[in-house]
Design a protein around this ligand. Structure first.
Ligand SMILES: Cc1ncc(COP(=O)(O)O)c(C=O)c1O
Length: 366
């Protein structure tokens, strides 16, 4: 719709500025230097070492680069491989709702049954009683996403301790999608579940260069975890892609080793952009849920009188020159999701300003 109508795309979550130039240079060197054939299935050693060093530096996690890391085609493949490897037909997967859309698809591809635990507006906290109630003797996996897309919630240490207690009690494997691990605001802290007592041995941790380094098109992600779980994920990954992005892997290794400043600045810039977009949205007749992390903001537009947010979003390009995403696609619970809209602020400030201007000067009522 954005292309067709010429509207600003504040819907999809991709940045409009590239990642670190030094990493692009390393990729170009790798392309020119003959690194154009299959990389090892688990990833080039240099990248696996850089991932392990990153886990040690940020989280004091000791990860063995040769046995406890696997490189994947983005976090998306890591999620798919983990779910396909760990979920058998009929198994239940407890997953936070609203869900990142690939979770629904991969759980269905595995023949699993999703059991949502809803993060509810306005603050999207995790209700540990609901989590406990969702776990049954058919639960195979807890699939967790923090920092969370689309709500921007960051699970607190206390919430994570609650999750860990449930996982230990029921002897569950937890798959954690941590792709926004560095895009936190207001001095919040990301706590990987794997750092909590008794959790390393049961957690598959996933991240990617897409969000951390604004290289969403590179699709370089990774899994870390204990050897047996990483091997299990590898068993599925072997038949999905086997290997990917050989010349980009050394570039991501370089970025992890040398470009920490990039994501530190990115988080600060995104916080300013969040405030810019939220300030514009706050003048409108909608609820605005200011995110703690990620580059998404959720709003509730029910006061504009549309039957649902899909209708609102279909009218938005015409009315305000802006495209946003109806968040109902991320919910089973339509009472919770029907009127929610997700916007993205990973765009340059003038684009956000123009979008906010379009929204504030339009009549958005039906
Ligand atoms: C929660 C979440 N997980 C995974 C991904 C995909 O990551 P990648 O591009 O590395 O496959 C996204 C991208 O939007 C996301 O929001």
């Amino acid at each position: 719709m954005a292309v067709r109508t010429g509207a600003l795309n504040l819907g999809q979550g991709f940045p409009d500025v590239d990642g670190p130039a030094s990493a692009i240079e390393v990729a170009v060197e790798a392309l020119r230097g003959g690194q154009n054939q299959y990389a090892p299935g688990i990833g080039v050693p240099q990248l696996r070492r850089a991932i392990a060093a990153h886990q040690a530096r940020h989280y004091e996690l000791e990860v063995a680069p040769d046995t406890e890391v696997t490189v994947t085609a983005g976090a998306t493949e890591a999620i798919a491989a983990a779910v396909l490897a760990l979920v058998n037909p009929g198994d239940e997967v407890v997953v936070l709702e609203p869900f990142y859309d690939s979770y629904v698809a991969t759980i269905e591809m595995a023949g699993g049954v999703r059991k949502p635990v809803t993060l509810r507006a306005p603050d999207f906290r995790l209700d540990l009683d609901e989590l406990r109630a969702a776990v049954t003797d058919r639960t195979a996996v807890l699939l967790l996403n923090s920092p969370h897309n689309p709500t921007g919630a960051v699970l607190t240490r206390e919430e994570l301790e609650g999750v860990a207690a449930v996982a230990r009690e029921h002897d569950l494997v937890v798959v954690t999608d941590e792709v926004y691990e560095h895009l936190l605001f207001d001095d919040r802290e990301h706590v990987p579940l794997a750092t909590l007592p008794g959790m390393w041995e049961r957690t598959v941790s996933i991240s990617s260069a897409g969000k951390t380094f604004s290289f969403t098109g590179w699709k370089v992600g990774w899994v870390t975890g204990p050897r047996d779980l990483v091997l299990t994920v590898m068993a599925a990954k072997q038949w999905l892609t086997f290997t990917n992005a050989a010349p980009l892997q050394p570039a991501v290794a370089h970025a992890l080793d040398a470009e920490q400043g990039f994501y530190e600045s990115l988080a600060k810039e995104l916080q300013v952009k969040r405030d810019l977009l939220c300030a514009g949205l706050a003048t409108l007749d909608m609820d605005v849920y200011v995110p703690e992390a990620t580059y998404f903001v959720t709003t509730d537009v029910r006061r504009y009188g549309y039957a649902d947010a899909m209708e609102f979003c279909l009218a938005l390009p015409e009315k305000a020159g802006v495209v946003a995403i109806p968040a109902q696609a991320f919910y089973d619970d339509q009472d919770e999701g029907r009127h929610k809209v997700r916007g993205a602020f990973c765009k340059e400030a003038p684009v956000i300003e123009e979008g906010a201007r379009g929204l504030t000067t339009a009549d958005l009522h039906q």
